[in-house]
Design a protein. Structure first.
Length: 90
């Protein structure tokens, strides 16, 4: 029984040492990459993209919250035609 306990202790110690090693390695890797990228960003800066200004015109259908009569007529006509073609008279 003492041998099993010793093996579990060694396994836990090895697991903890491995986790610490991976954490330290990845932390150093992240610091190294950030340092290299900071130096490269000075030498090769990103291009500045100029976005066009937004239009101040509002959609005439949504400007006051009302739907224009032409849109209502088009939708009504489409619904009427659909119902007549599919036999749903109402």
């Amino acid at each position: 029984m003492d041998n099993m306990q010793q093996q579990f202790f060694e396994a836990g110690t090895l697991m903890l040492a491995g986790m610490v090693f991976v954490f330290v390695f990845l932390s150093i890797l992240i610091l190294f990459i950030n340092t290299v990228l900071a130096k490269l960003a000075v030498k090769f800066p990103d291009t500045i993209v100029v976005t066009p200004p937004r239009s101040t015109k509002k959609n005439k259908n949504k400007s006051d919250g009302n739907i224009s009569p032409s849109v209502v007529a088009a939708i009504s006509g489409a619904v009427k035609r659909f119902r007549s073609e599919h036999g749903q008279n109402q």
